[in-house]
Design a protein around this ligand. Structure first.
Ligand SMILES: Nc1ncnc2c1ncn2[C@@H]1O[C@H](COP(=O)(O)OP(=O)(O)OP(=O)(O)O)[C@@H](O)[C@H]1O
Ligand SMILES: [Mg+2]
Length: 351
């Protein structure tokens, strides 16, 4: 079966005064119908730019999308569609929930107006049918006294409620794909949990495929079928949720997991933050972008070339030259002599 969405060789850069910011660097992935894919990574790793490119919401310029990039949705390349063809897909077939609902809700229109507008446009409903459907949607996302709230403005809702309204708007036209970009970051933990529960329920009830973007591996646990880890505009590890948590194979993912509290850990494990900062996206290093921060780095080999994603077990790929696992002891100091296993390069002692 063809996947619902297939992203091939996606490369996005931004022209800035300081130079070309290479935000997304050859990203490839797919999403099946009804599947939930988690995309995690630190701030600046290219998660939002990837989703905005899929939605064709990046202004070009300053954004430059490589001409070989493809976003195949239901068999057609969205990057090649005319603007009016894309408008029929955006909001209807593919909907998006943003981190801050206030940026996507119009403050001067009632939420009833905002929900019914797209129902009339995409679903060709008349006023009465659209209002009825809007109330149903608000009920579905858990807004109390939904019928009385259609005339309210966004500021009359709390942050969590606004996020629910956004979700109601996003699912109003039965999208095949819902892109949720950090939908809970601005909310407190209780509300965060409720919103995630809501997304889970909608997925079960409506069968919508979800691309859930977050910088928090804890959030995607238990929610996603597959997880993709991004670093410096690349996918550096991808696997089903279970193996990714149980057996992470890219040092960056291992670092991410060590830096979040885990309910399943028995002892009082110390949380270990990842040292250092992501690379400058204008002058990316020639080698592994994580190398300067990697506890397992081997000088020279890791700086020589960017490691490709390679299969480490079935359905599990990681971008590291070495077979690192959670159990691999962290070297005290980088070894003076290393033998690379992956490409069989022998390196002489440094200095
Ligand atoms: N309009 C723009 N002009 C220049 N650079 C940009 C622009 N938009 C994004 N970038 C750069 O692209 C890179 C990826 O940004 P992106 O917003 O995708 O990160 P992210 O993974 O979503 O981070 P966060 O978790 O903070 O939302 C960053 O280095 C960012 O500075
Ligand atoms: Mg973002």
């Amino acid at each position: 079966m063809e996947p619902l969405l297939k992203v091939n060789n996606l490369k996005v850069a931004f022209k800035t005064d300081g130079g070309l910011v290479k935000a997304v660097n050859d990203v490839n992935f797919y999403l099946n119908e009804g599947e939930t894919l988690g995309i995690v990574g630190e701030s600046g790793s290219g998660k939002s730019v990837t989703s905005m490119a899929i939605m064709r919401l990046l202004p070009t310029p300053p954004a430059v999308i490589d001409s070989n990039s493809q976003v195949i949705f239901k068999g057609q390349n969205l990057l090649k569609l005319k603007d009016d063809q894309m408008r029929k897909i955006r909001g209807k077939e593919i909907a998006m929930i943003f981190q801050d609902p206030m940026t996507s809700l119009n403050p001067v229109l009632t939420i009833g107006k905002q929900i019914t507008e797209s129902l009339k446009l995409h679903m060709h409903l008349d006023d009465r049918a659209a209002s009825r459907r809007a109330i149903e949607l608000l009920k579905l996302v858990g807004i109390p006294s939904a019928d009385k709230r259609l005339g309210d403005y966004p500021h009359q809702f709390s942050g969590g409620m606004r996020q629910r309204v956004m979700i109601a708007m996003a699912i109003s036209c039965d999208p095949k794909l819902l892109i949720a970009d950090e939908p809970t970051t601005a909310l407190d933990v209780t509300i965060q949990a409720q919103i995630l529960e809501l997304l889970k329920r909608l997925r079960q009830e409506l069968g919508t495929a979800i691309m859930l973007i977050t910088h928090d591996l804890g959030v995607v646990a238990g929610m996603c079928d597959r997880i993709q880890v991004m670093y410096a505009g690349k996918i550096v590890e991808t696997a089903s949720a279970k193996p990714l948590y149980a057996n992470p194979r890219m040092p960056y993912t291992i670092g991410l997991l060590n830096s979040i509290p885990r309910l399943d850990s028995e002892g009082q494990d110390r949380l270990i933050p990842i040292q250092g900062l992501p690379p400058d996206m204008i002058t990316l290093p020639p080698g592994c972008p994580f190398e300067p921060r990697c506890a397992y780095r081997q000088p020279v080999v890791c700086q020589a070339k960017v490691p490709e994603l390679r299969e480490v077990e079935e359905g599990h790929r990681a971008a590291c030259l070495f077979d690192i696992t959670k159990e691999t002891p962290i070297p005290e100091v980088p070894a003076p002599e290393v033998v690379a296993t992956a490409n069989d390069v022998r390196i002489s002692p440094a200095g």
